[in-house]
Ligand binder design. Structure first.
Ligand code: PGA
Length: 256
């Protein structure tokens, strides 16, 4: 196992929060605090209408989207294509977030279509997987996550797989303040790497960044990021606070 083969990725997920007009003041608070950090891919996934403001204000931060259409173009009212994201300089895109799977009924099949749409445009998918509390209590976590990974990555080649980021987000830890322990998070992230090894071989699996998400904050990030198979974080609530987000970025850079 060699962590140095992988990029540390600290990705914020603003969900449906903030306005485009609020982006410049956020940037003013965040960017000076990021000056001494290095070796980390810092990503901020913002709502679609905020993308141009974020791209122009957040120098040194990769701007990501939170969803994409699986279709290339055409009569799909309300959807946004990977081409449109690429055109705005979007580099990353969350797919299969549990909030989309739960509230919009997204299946692994649909998530897989979105992964392919992004890879075809050289946008890095951040493929989210994670179990509910009832699955965890039933002892089904690892089998369930394996299924989400295998189905989400169906048809993705070994060469393409090195452009994918996986995020393990236990549903019971998202927005609840109840973080997975470092041991729980590491157990699942290590399992994800085993599944990736089965799919793509050791050399490729060792190069894929696996993030933890679910109530990661300035207080618990260091311990989570120090785990051997956790290569970064997908951060919701704490990414809305520039000082705390910068702290987590610094902890990520200390792990480099
Ligand atoms: P949270 O959200 O950090 O607010 O728990 C994480 C996520 O859903 O990506």
């Amino acid at each position: 196992m060699n962590k140095s083969l992988r990029k540390t990725v600290i990705a914020g997920n603003w969900k449906m929060n903030r306005l485009a007009s609020e982006v410049p003041s956020f940037a003013e608070e965040l960017l000076p605090r990021m000056e001494k950090t290095c070796g980390v891919d810092v990503v901020l996934c913002v709502p679609f209408p905020l993308i141009p403001a974020a791209v122009s204000a957040l120098d040194g931060v990769h701007i990501g989207a939170q969803d994409v259409s699986a279709h290339d173009h055409g009569a799909y009212t309300g959807e946004v294509s990977a081409d449109m994201l690429k055109d705005l300089d979007v580099r990353f895109c969350i797919v299969g977030h549990s909030e989309r799977r739960t509230y919009h009924g997204e299946s692994n099949d649909l998530v897989n279509g979105k992964v392919h749409a992004l890879l075809a445009r050289n946008i890095t998918p951040i493929l989210c997987v994670g179990e509910s509390l009832s699955r965890r209590e039933a002892g089904e976590t690892l089998a369930f996550i394996s299924g989400q990974i295998r189905e989400g990555l169906r048809g993705v080649t070994a060469e393409q797989a090195t452009d994918v980021v996986v995020a393990y987000e236990p549903i019971w830890a998202i927005g609840t303040g109840r973080t997975a322990t470092a041991e729980q998070a590491e157990e699942v992230c290590a399992h994800i790497r085993t599944v990736l090894t089965e799919l793509y071989g050791e050399a490729v699996a060792q190069r894929i960044s696996i993030l933890y998400g679910g109530s990661m904050n300035g207080g618990n990030a260091a311990e989570l990021l120090a785990q051997p198979d956790i290569d970064g974080g997908l951060i919701g609530g704490a990414s809305l606070k520039p000082a705390e987000f910068a702290d987590i970025i610094r902890m990520g850079s200390e792990n480099e």
